[in-house]
Design a protein around this ligand. Structure first.
Ligand code: IPE
Ligand code: IPE
Ligand code: MG
Length: 249
């Protein structure tokens, strides 16, 4: 029986975020160059997108390249940027077919021009899609995002558009790159590391964390459905007591 059949369709997560880690190790275990792991990672991305579309999860955020990843060897960065172009051009038609809209968050201006162009094409072409939204975090880090938000809030105060007393949690949220999306219900990290690596720090304040040893190229539809089932068996209390949440006196 597939984990898909065990999912309670009335209690789906609205947003799943994924730290796609383990490409390099997957390749190295096979005596291959790390780049092969990134190539294989593309297939896992396709599977994850298809799985959320089938399960009916409205938002999927994929951490593809962090601000800190700019510190990697130049050759690996080049290969990743080239792969991004290939992946985007290969997959746009399929995304449209599956009614998936693509968005990006991150410091996109830092990406090479041809990568930006390929992304633009994908964003434009899929903008009409009304099914699931896939948000790719590229050249992204949470501290970068929060720093940008603080600068923008300060600028709007200086310009007289808002006042210090207007600063609330909701206002801060509205200055983040993720302002149009709900906070993730689940954060999945593949690859066995137990850390967040500067990803969505504000947004995951109350997310359910799910770590798996599977390396990203091994991650498939079943892995994602399994994570959803695990999530559905948790009790989210948001500070309340179990009795309050379950409605039992
Ligand atoms: C994740 O896989 C992909 C990126 C960060 C771009 P890694 O490349 O980090 O793989 P490992 O962690 O070295 O195995
Ligand atoms: C996190 O993976 C970033 C992405 C998956 C894009 P890393 O492999 O870069 O994380 P650290 O540096 O090991 O924490
Ligand atoms: Mg890694």
């Amino acid at each position: 029986m597939s984990y898909l059949d065990k999912i309670d369709k009335t209690h789906l997560p609205k947003h799943i975020a994924v730290i796609m880690d383990g490409n390099g190790r997957w390749a190295q275990q096979r005596g291959l160059d790390r780049t092969f792991g990134h190539k294989e990672g593309e297939a896992a991305v396709r599977r994850a997108i298809e799985a959320v579309a089938i399960a009916g999860v409205p938002y999927l955020t994929l951490y593809a390249f962090s601000t800190e990843n700019w510190r990697r060897p130049e050759e690996e960065i080049k290969a990743l940027m080239a792969l991004m172009i290939q992946a985007v051009s290969r997959q746009t038609a399929e995304l449209v077919k599956n009614n998936v809209r693509v968005k990006v968050i991150g410091d996109i201006a830092r990406l090479p021009e041809d990568t930006q162009k390929a992304l633009d094409y994908c964003l434009q072409t899929t903008s009409v899609c009304t099914g699931s939204t896939v948000i790719i975090a590229l050249s992204y880090s949470s501290k970068w995002e929060i720093t940008e938000a603080v600068k923008a809030i300060a600028a709007d105060i200086e310009a007289g558009k808002i006042e210090t007393k207007d600063i609330t949690e909701n206002l801060i949220t509205s200055y983040l790159a993720t302002k149009d999306y709900p906070d993730p219900d689940i954060l999945i990290r593949t690859g066995g590391e137990l850390r967040i690596s500067n990803f969505l720090l504000w947004q995951i304040a109350y997310s359910e964390l799910y770590f798996t040893d599977e390396l990203w190229p091994e991650f498939n539809e079943e892995s994602l459905y399994k994570a959803i089932v695990d999530y559905q068996n948790r009790e989210r209390r948001f500070g309340k007591t179990s009795q309050q949440v379950s409605g039992n006196p």
